[in-house]
Every structure is written in structure tokens, then in C-alpha cells.
Design a protein around this ligand. Structure first.
Ligand code: ZN
Length: 666
């Protein structure tokens, strides 16, 4: 290694370390005022004001990297002005603490292009004016190759030591749009040109199609950092990460997020976090590139209900507020508010909470508050002292209000209870002798898990004082959190644990108040001849002829144990297709009416009410009303509960509106 190359490698190592040290996120960026690369970079339409405003939104959600496409035509008209504008852009990005990946060539979208005023976008058509660079022009004008060489070398020489650039992406999706093998000469050349410049930043050519084996091999070999695109679901994403990580090179996903295909922030970011991979989604602001519209539109279609790509509207409001929370949490720059958590040590309690990323502790308190940033939401919790497991069989109360799978969505839960007058604004129990039943899954997905559990905990006492009752039966996510399976835990909680100098598993351990409380809960209960549980009773469980009491007693000691610790005779309770996880009422292989009747007869029940499986947007009935499904997607703002009054069963929405579902025969 000569001196220059030692320096080069050291610098590169530094850059790699800064990128690798944390899971970061970013977006592919074009300002909303540009429809393509030429509108972004040509003098007449270069728009630093919009760039500044929109990168500010990216900064606000904690993004630290943007991937930005260039175009040789913008350079060719005016190399000096072009580089000045790159410099101006980089200055704006730097003020927002954002590093940039510049992309040189691209095989996607429109093949013909010219300098000057760009055609207007075709209304509702995805990327209607996005340009290939150089596209098929290179086949017709072989001399263009020389121009491109000068272009790449010029830009990389000028910016090759610029630490505002984190990576050079030499060629986007080579071979795409039927270019196939025609893309080879330029691909090989651009690698050669880039290497000859000796820029300090690493280079990459992103993998985009697992079928393109020869391309992929070349691209991996010639990338300092492996980048890839994945717009498919999480299993494809995991497969890509498993294939690409562990090669001794850093991996970054430079394109993902296509909501209708299941590539979402909610599902993908936890995976990126686990692999410590930076994640760059398609689209920051929905603008003239119209990439919030699906591919395949012909023109004039309305805005899709579920956006394809992009995060913000042009006015800065997000497409989905929940996604913003998820992105912020992932980026760690989010302000963490969490807790309280009550731990016991040497006969004393210690109450931890995090407000604005700051941990505070108080000890030896019997009462404390659960606090919120929004005014009027705080509530008081009294520690219960002794925690007893409730009975498994109850007579029919006056009224029953049943829901499930809240998974930390505190606000959805609170609104639902308020609308149906279960509680009032001050969290008083206003449901009288009514019973509230939660069919499991208190944990995961949502971002206010302990707040939600404390509310249940405190309502339990308030209800009892008024002759009412709160039932909580556990679901698979609850058992997962107790037993150390943290696959669905929001990254926020892992960060919280770090801030508190603990492990996430400590939060609900045996020596915590919520841990004790959860361990005291049942798995299934019968109320007024109705069976309530999370998943369902499989025919295999029926074979055991266990009573209600037996199932609860047998399962409880293993809530917090790894699967391997469960004795063989009880494995049937914790299996993938059993109690907590069962979906056989709704999903193939479905049980028969006779098998369902066997369960009902065995437990002397007339109906079964379950959560866990989303079968409709509302509470729904199955098997002639013998099975009622109460799980709805709270994360998409769909709140629904089951209300039973006397003989009548209603579904109730978040506005408290009732709709009769069925009626018991007198
Ligand atoms: Zn579940």
C-alpha cells in the first residue's frame, strides 16, 4: 500500500464507521417542485427554498441521509453552474445534518430527454417525467460514452473529498426497463472512472433484482458498501439482508417502502434495526414526481387512499402520523417519553420514568401518576399490594364491553372507552356493574404500552369499587414479552431500556409491578356462558379434556418461560396453532361446526369471543354467531368493541354508535 492509498483507506474506514455506528434512515429526495432530475438541477428551476424547507422536515423526523439523482444533461449545459448548485444543495443538507448519496446513471423511466423546460407531469401518473440517464441514446451515439467519462470524473474530482457526501451510487438499477445486457459497457466503465478518481467516499452500485445473477456478482465485487433495493414484503427483506450481510461490507438499503405491497415503515424498520442497516425509502415529499400514485396509472386517477411511496404532503403534513412516530423512534433522535416502570428491590419500590430522554427515579411511593405531554390526560395509579388471580367463571353481568389487541395504542383505547361511557374524562369508572373484557395482546406495535397497561391496572380497582370488573386474558404478544421473544417490540422500548441502563426483559420481570400483575392473569375465562380468550381452542386442546381451571393453572407457570422449558405434556398449550396463536375459526385449516360444538359442549359455553385474527374492519360473527371476532386494526385507526346488554350483542365504534349483531333466544 502506498501512502496515498493508506490515507484513502483510513478515510474510507472513518466514513464507514460514521455510517455504520447506528441504524439511521433517510429518503430518496427530489424537491416537490421538480418532476425529474433536470428540473431539480437546471438553473431555471433549481429551488433551494423548497429544498431547504423539505430537508427541514426530514431533519425533524431524524433522517440523516438523502439519496439524490443527478443527470449528465444538467452538467453538460453548464458544468460550472451545475457544480455550484451541487455545492449549494450540499450546504443546505449539511445545515440539516444530512449526508448525501449522489446517483449518476439510471436505467429507469423515460428514455428521451432534452435540456431546457421540462414537459408538465401527466396528472396522477407515477414518475411521468423521470429520466433515464443516458438511456438508449448511448446505443445510438457511441461518442456519448466519452462525455459521460468527463462528467463523472469532473464531479467526483471536485467533490471527492467532500464529507457532506457519504457515498457515490454509480448506476441505478442497471439492466432495468429491458436494457438488459446493453447496460454492461457503461456499468463497467463507470466503475473504472470512479476508481481512477480516488475519491475518499465509498462507491456502490445497488442490487435490485435477485434474478440478475451476473450483474449482482459484478456489483457486489465492485461496491465498497453493498446497497440494495427491496420493495417487497418483510420476508423478502429478511432474505435479502441474510444474503447480503456477513460479507465484511457494510449494507444499506437504498430503496424500499411501497405500502400496497407490504413494504411499510412499521414492518420494515424493526428489521433494519435488528440488522443494524440504514434504510432509505422512496420519496420524502409527494410532489411533481407523483410517486405517491401507483405505477400503471394512465392519467386522471384520484389520489390513492393508501399512498404508494412518499411521506409528506407539499404542505408538510404527513400522509400517516403514526408512520412519523415510527420513523422518529427508529432514528433515535425522537424524544422518548416512557414509563413509569415500578421495580422492587430489597423490599422497596423504585419508580422509573423517562421524560424527554431523561430518566428519573423515585422510591417508596404507593401512588404515582402516569403522565402525558397532552394536557388533561394524566391519571393516578395506586399500587394494589397483594395481587390475586381472579376466578375463571363468572355469572352474566348487566353489561359486557369486550375488545382485544390494543397493543399499546393508548389513545385508541381511551377514546373507545370514553365514547361508550365506560370511563369519563377524569378516568372515573362510569360503567357501573358492567364488566370490561380485554382478550389479550396488550403489547407491541403501539408506542404507549406501559401507559395502556397502567390504565387497565388502575381501572381494575375503580371498577371493583363500583361493583364492576376488568378482565384481562393474555394473548400471544403478552406471553412473548414475558418470555423474552422481542421480535415485535418497538425499537423505542429497547432504547428506553438502554437509557435506563437495563435490559428490556427487566421491564416486565417478576420483580416489577406490571410483571407481577401480568403473571396473575388468566388465559381464558367464562363469563355468563361465554368463553373469552385470545386465539382459540384447537381440537388438539379439546383432546386433553382439561377444565377451564386446569388450563389456566397449567399454563400460568410457563408464561415467562422459553418454549423449550415447557414440558412436553403442556406444549399443546403454547404451540403455534394453539390457545394464544390459534386462528382455526377463520383461516384454513378451519375447524368444522362439529369440532366447534365439541369445544362449546366441553366448556358448557354458548359462544366463544376471541381476538388475535383480524377478519374484518369491525367486530364480526362466525359459525352462526357461535364465534365472535373482536380484533380490528387499531393501528390503522379502526376502533371497535363488542357490547353485550342482556340478550343483545352490539358492535360499537369509536363514536359510541351501536349496531345490533345478534340476539340470544329467550
Ligand atoms: Zn395475537
Amino acid at each position: 500500500m502506498n501512502r496515498r492509498s493508506i490515507k484513502y483507506h483510513l478515510l474510507m474506514l472513518l466514513l464507514l464507521i460514521t455510517v455504520k455506528s447506528m441504524a439511521q434512515s433517510g429518503a430518496n429526495f427530489i424537491p416537490s417542485s421538480a418532476s425529474n432530475q433536470l428540473e431539480m438541477w437546471q438553473k431555471e428551476t433549481f429551488d433551494p427554498k423548497t429544498i431547504d424547507k423539505e430537508l427541514g422536515w426530514a431533519q425533524e423526523i431524524g433522517m440523516t441521509m438523502m439519496r439524490v439523482y443527478l443527470h449528465h444533461v444538467a452538467w453538460q449545459q453548464d458544468p460550472k453552474g451545475f457544480k455550484e448548485r451541487l455545492n449549494e444543495y450540499l450546504g443546505i443538507a449539511e445545515r440539516h445534518h444530512i449526508k448525501t448519496i449522489f446517483v449518476f446513471f439510471d436505467d429507469c423511466w423515460k428514455d428521451s430527454y432534452q435540456a431546457g423546460k421540462q414537459p408538465e407531469p401527466i396528472l396522477s401518473v407515477h414518475n411521468s417525467q423521470w429520466l433515464k440517464d443516458p438511456g438508449s441514446r448511448i446505443d445510438r451515439e457511441p461518442k456519448l460514452m466519452d462525455t459521460l467519462e468527463v462528467y463523472v470524473k469532473d464531479v467526483m474530482r471536485v467533490f471527492g473529498r467532500d464529507n457532506r457526501i457519504m457515498l457515490w451510487d454509480l448506476y441505478n438499477e442497471p439492466g432495468h426497463f429491458k436494457h438488459g445486457d446493453k447496460s454492461w459497457p457503461l456499468l463497467k466503465n463507470v466503475v473504472k472512472w470512479a476508481r481512477s478518481v480516488n475519491a475518499v467516499q465509498p462507491v456502490t452500485i445497488g442490487l435490485w433484482n435477485p434474478e440478475f445473477k451476473a450483474f449482482n456478482k459484478f456489483q457486489i465485487e465492485n461496491s465498497d458498501v453493498i446497497t440494495f433495493h427491496n420493495y417487497r414484503d418483510t420476508s423478502a427483506l429478511k432474505q435479502a439482508l441474510d444474503t447480503l450481510t456477513g460479507r465484511g461490507k457494510q449494507v444499506i438499503c437504498t430503496e424500499y417502502m411501497k405500502r400496497p405491497e407490504g413494504s411499510t415503515f412499521k414492518d420494515c424498520l424493526p428489521i433494519f434495526k435488528r440488522y443494524q442497516t440504514a434504510a432509505i425509502n422512496w420519496g420524502l415529499v409527494a410532489g411533481r414526481s407523483q410517486t405517491n400514485y401507483p405505477q400503471g396509472n394512465k392519467g386522471g386517477e384520484p389520489e390513492p387512499e393508501l399512498w404508494y411511496h412518499d411521506i409528506f404532503r407539499k404542505d408538510g403534513s404527513p400522509f400517516n402520523k403514526e408512520e412519523i412516530k415510527i420513523i422518529k423512534a427508529y432514528n433515535k433522535t425522537a424524544v422518548i417519553d416512557d414509563g413509569p416502570y415500578v421495580f422492587y428491590k430489597n423490599g422497596k419500590n423504585f419508580i422509573y420514568r423517562i421524560v424527554n430522554n431523561k430518566v428519573t427515579t423515585i422510591s417508596d411511593q404507593k401512588n404515582f401518576k402516569v403522565t402525558f405531554k397532552e394536557p388533561g390526560k394524566d391519571f393516578e395509579v395506586k399500587l394494589q399490594g397483594e395481587l390475586k388471580t381472579g376466578p375463571v367463571d363468572y355469572p352474566m353481568p348487566e353489561k359486557l364491553f369486550v375488545l382485544s389487541d390494543i397493543e399499546g395504542e393508548f389513545n385508541a383505547f381511551r377514546s373507545l372507552l370514553l365514547a361508550s361511557h365506560i370511563i369519563d374524562e377524569q378516568y372515573n369508572w362510569t360503567f357501573g356493574k358492567g364488566h370490561l373484557v380485554i382478550c389479550g395482546d396488550l403489547f407491541d406495535r403501539g408506542l404507549q404500552v406501559p401507559e395502556y397497561i397502567w390504565l387497565l391496572y388502575s381501572l381494575e380497582q375503580k371498577a371493583k369499587a363500583k361493583g364492576g370488573y376488568v378482565h384481562v386474558v393474555l394473548g400471544n404478544h403478552d406471553v412473548m414479552n414475558l418470555s423474552g421473544d422481542f421480535r415485535y417490540v418497538q425499537p423505542k422500548y429497547l432504547e428506553s431500556a438502554k437509557l435506563m441502563g437495563m435490559d428490556y426483559k427487566d421491564f416486565y420481570a417478576k420483580d416489577t409491578e406490571l410483571g407481577r400483575w401480568l403473571r396473575s392473569k388468566n388465559t381464558l375465562e367464562k363469563i355468563g356462558g361465554l368463553l373469552f380468550l385470545h386465539g382459540g381452542i384447537s381440537p388438539e386442546i379439546n383432546k386433553q379434556k382439561w377444565t377451564l381451571e386446569q388450563i389456566n393453572v397449567l399454563a400460568r407457570p410457563y408464561y415467562d418461560q422459553k418454549k423449550a422449558m415447557v414440558p412436553d405434556s403442556l406444549k399443546v398449550l403454547f404451540a403455534k396453532d394453539a390457545l394464544f396463536w390459534y386462528r382455526g375459526y377463520f383461516v384454513e385449516p378451519k375447524i368444522t361446526h362439529a369440532q366447534l360444538q365439541e369445544t362449546l359442549d366441553h366448556f358448557k359455553a354458548k359462544r366463544i369471543v376471541v381476538g388475535h385474527t383480524i377478519v374484518a374492519d369491525t367486530v364480526s360473527t362466525h359459525f352462526d354467531g357461535k364465534v365472535i371476532a373482536v380484533d380490528v386494526n387499531e393501528h390503522e385507526g379502526k376502533s371497535n368493541a363488542l357490547l353485550i346488554e342482556g340478550q343483545k350483542y352490539y358492535r360499537v365504534n369509536e363514536r359510541g354508535e351501536k349496531q345490533l349483531l345478534l340476539e340470544d333466544k329467550k
